[in-house]
Write a protein that binds this ligand. Structure first.
Ligand SMILES: CC(C)(COP(=O)(O)OP(=O)(O)OC[C@H]1O[C@@H](n2cnc3c(N)ncnc32)[C@H](O)[C@@H]1OP(=O)(O)O)[C@@H](O)C(=O)NCCC(=O)NCCS
Length: 308
């Protein structure tokens, strides 16, 4: 079933470009004629009193799209600020705000055309990640797939070419080979909710997370899982589809953990805490907080595209 706009709870606006894919195609298209190149697939979703409306972006909004070159120099610049990006060096185009709370270490591919937020002390070891907010102290293993979207399944075709004719440069190719230009007149395809991952979440190897899922603080996702439903905090799930195996801790301890939210603090302030004994750690943390010996970690967020 096609995801309808009412599934976009919590959205104010989203800037989405459908011609992502080979950066050279996307960049060439943008440089020449952004609106025409992206066709009806380029849209913004606004929420107002009437509900959700999809509309074409204004030129001012298009001005937000910029490029970001990851080379040895920009990589070093980011690393100095606590953002370790281990992608291949290339030009990326950024069509949305990408926020990193340092320090983070990212070896997964990120799709920069949709909003992403990654919290401090989280590491992503591999896979392809887009349209997601990830909390602090998360451990994401290899080959993880998040935020991949969906195709219409009740339209004439399942192809994105129905709303983004130049996707992957295909309409350019067709025009070069004699096709007459015609705009495809169908409604823009509306993306569903982004995915939300809490703090201190461990996701095992080779996991697929369906769009719009919320994974609670402290949850564990077993290797090879397909996550199709929200996961409660401190719950271990596994399998395809992922099912609950058990809770990590008893209810009382889970409540204390969710109340204290230890991830508000920097690793540098947690030296006195015995991580291997959560109940003892919580007692110690409560003392440290009560005596003002530690205060919340609130680093400056690093946003791509870089302004300096
Ligand atoms: C899920 C996991 C964390 C173990 O959790 P656990 O609660 O200790 O689970 P157990 O080992 O006691 O297994 C409980 C049941 O779940 C099953 N199970 C465990 N992991 C599973 C998985 N990934 N997928 C499907 N079933 C799984 C077990 O077979 C067992 O089933 P049974 O009761 O029918 O015998 C672990 O198996 C896992 O998948 N870890 C991820 C490892 C990884 O990806 N590492 C990458 C490096 S970061």
């Amino acid at each position: 079933m096609r995801r309808q706009p009412e599934n976009l709870d919590g959205y104010t606006a989203e800037f989405s470009l459908d011609a992502f894919g080979p950066p050279d195609v996307a960049l060439r298209s943008l440089a020449r004629d952004p609106l025409a190149s992206f066709g009806p697939g380029l849209h913004i979703v606004d929420r107002d009193a009437e509900g959700y409306q999809a509309r074409r972006p204004t030129w001012k909004e298009l001005g937000k799209v910029s490029t970001f070159t990851l080379n040895a120099e920009t990589q070093a610049h980011l690393a100095e600020r606590g953002v370790w990006l281990h992608h291949r060096h290339a030009d990326y185009y950024v069509g949305a705000k990408i926020d990193f709370e340092p320090p983070v270490a990212i070896a997964a591919d990120l799709a920069y055309n949709f909003p992403i937020r990654i919290g401090a002390f989280s590491h992503l070891n591999g896979g392809y990640i887009q349209r997601v907010s990830i909390g602090r102290y998360c451990s994401l293993a290899r080959d993880i797939q998040i935020g991949h979207g969906f195709h219409p399944n009740d339209w004439l075709s399942v192809s994105p070419l129905q709303y983004a004719p130049n996707y992957r440069g295909f309409s350019e190719f067709a025009a070069r080979h004699g096709a007459r230009r015609s705009d495809i007149k169908t409604i823009p395809f509306v993306f569903g909710k982004p995915t939300t991952i809490g703090n201190d979440v461990w996701i095992g190897n080779h996991v697929f997370v369906v769009d719009g899922i919320t994974i609670g603080d402290g949850a564990i996702i077993g290797a090879g899982s397909v996550v199709t439903r929200d996961v409660d905090p401190y719950t271990i799930v596994a399998g395809n589809p992922a099912r609950v195996l058990r809770s990590r801790f008893d209810t009382n301890l889970v409540e204390r953990l969710l109340e204290l939210r230890w991830w508000r603090y920097s690793l540098a302030d947690l030296g006195a805490v015995d991580f291997s004994r959560p109940d003892v750690a919580l007692n110690r943390l409560e003392e440290l907080i009560a005596s003002d010996e530690i205060s919340e970690y609130l680093p400056d967020v690093i946003t791509l595209p870089l302004s300096e």
